[in-house]
Design a protein around this ligand. Structure first.
Ligand SMILES: [Zn+2]
Length: 102
């Protein structure tokens, strides 16, 4: 199981424990399955509000996401970004259950 580093707290965790984002049309975009369904360089973060807060504070103007993705991306505000992650926790559960049935 590959490990990835969270941009918030900096700890390495299994990919499956982290939320994955990619750059799409200059915007930070959630990978809905968290499993590389959107190709390209990804940035990973724990599904934890404290990590999201840290990532947004770090390196001024949310640049840490642009650095990690190696391109300039527009990053949502904390409330919006957290809502996206919360919603993904629910949809990802459905993906996981769907995959197990196959
Ligand atoms: Zn973290």
């Amino acid at each position: 199981m590959p490990f990835r580093r969270c941009v918030g707290c900096g700890s390495s965790k299994e990919k499956g424990e982290l939320v994955r984002f990619v750059a799409r049309d200059g915007r930070l975009t959630l990978d809905p399955t968290g499993k590389g369904s959107l190709h390209g360089r990804g940035v990973y973060i724990c599904p934890d509000i404290e990590c999201v807060k840290r990532a947004l504070k770090k390196h001024r103007k949310k640049a840490i996401f642009s650095v990690a993705l190696r391109e300039c991306v527009a990053v949502p505000e904390l409330e919006e970004l957290w809502q996206i992650i919360e919603e993904q926790k629910l949809t990802r559960g459905r993906y996981d259950r769907g995959e197990k049935r196959k």
